[in-house]
Write a protein that binds this ligand. Structure first.
Ligand SMILES: [Zn+2]
Ligand SMILES: [Zn+2]
Length: 337
């Protein structure tokens, strides 16, 4: 690699020449390198930035990644033999990502994904799993996959109560969101009635405590429920089951798959006539008790904004319900990231 500086030594005019190998490696990153070269204050800072760019390039190109020494493979095989091959769910063709299947004491199946480093076991592997809390497993150069497995089981045990709570909610109520809850989901939007639901956020570390609750629906239905929630909060019994507590505090019975069809709660949006708009479900409701039409927030926002009779103040649009012409407001839809 050669960097040519103009006589005034200004980086803006500098030119970079490199060998074909380096050129090949930097393919796709040329514009970044050029921009960094011209905007660096001095040569040293550019070299440091180039180093970072090269590290990113190497990381993103598997063919340049270092191939582990033979001991890596023998070590991996001996560790798997100690752990038991029956625990192996899958391994990639490079023998770098190991997926283990783990069953907790309640019979729930989990997957522990372990990304091994070339310097395994000297360097700690990266572990991940579908959990509601961050996964932190300890690793020393003497650690083995079996020890990871044991630690992971302990983490699973600490979450059994949380999964008991959410599994019960999932089986005995109609969940509107998420569509297919995963083991890491702590939020549930539970149907209460037509266009009325409650969003609860269960704390994975204290699953039996009163969860954070948010009632969604038309004002005339939500207000009495909210008043009950506030008045009965003190009745919450952390030793009792969460669903029972929710029923007692709200003084309602949740519609369940045993008593109701889900279709009675998944009412389509009055503007796009669909239930799901990407991940969103209709969560805006006309407050007029005789109307109660649900809409997607985005649909209602776009609809009202397009009408000359609507008026906007900060991020709220005031207009008329497309169904009954009664006043309706909607907040500006959150920008998708
Ligand atoms: Zn819609
Ligand atoms: Zn209406």
């Amino acid at each position: 690699m050669r960097i040519l500086l103009p006589p005034d030594r200004q980086m803006k005019q500098a030119r970079l020449h490199c060998c074909w190998q380096l050129k090949h490696l930097l393919r796709g990153y040329e514009h970044i390198v050029k921009q960094r070269l011209q905007q660096s204050a001095e040569l040293v800072s550019f070299i440091l930035e180039l180093k970072t760019v090269l590290e990113v390039c190497l990381k993103n190109r598997p063919e340049y990644r270092s191939i582990p020494p033979p001991q890596y493979y023998s070590q991996l095989i001996s560790e798997m033999e100690t752990l038991g091959w029956d625990k192996l769910l899958s391994i990639d063709t490079e023998f770098r990502t190991v997926k283990l299947k783990v069953e907790d004491s309640s019979g729930r199946q989990h997957v522990l994904t372990i990304k091994l480093k070339s310097k395994h076991p000297a360097e700690a592997p990266e572990c991940s799993a579908d959990l509601p809390i961050p996964l932190a497993l300890t690793w020393t150069p003497q650690s083995t996959l079996e020890q990871l497995h044991t630690q992971f089981l302990l983490v699973l045990e600490s979450l059994t109560e949380f999964w008991d709570v959410v599994d019960e909610i999932d089986s005995k109520t109609w969940i509107l969101e998420p569509e297919k809850p995963s083991r890491s989901d702590t939020m549930r939007r539970i149907a209460i009635g037509n266009n009325v639901s409650i969003k609860v956020e269960v704390d994975p570390r204290h699953p039996k405590m009163l969860p954070e609750c948010c009632l969604l629906g038309a004002e005339h239905v939500v207000t009495p429920l909210r008043n009950k929630l506030n008045a009965n909060m003190h009745l919450w019994n952390p030793d009792s089951n969460v669903l029972h507590n929710l029923r007692d505090v709200l003084e309602i019975d949740f519609p369940s798959p045993a008593t109701h069809e889900k279709s009675s709660f998944s009412v389509e949006c009055g503007i796009c006539y669909a239930y799901r708009l990407e991940a969103a479900i209709p969560d805006q409701v006309c407050n007029d008790p005789r109307c109660g039409q649900p809409f997607h927030q985005l649909c209602l926002y776009e609809w009202l904004r397009a009408l000359p009779s609507s008026r906007q103040s900060f991020n709220i649009v005031f207009g008329e319900c497309p169904y009954c012409s009664k006043p309706i407001t909607v907040k500006m839809a959150a920008q998708k990231s």
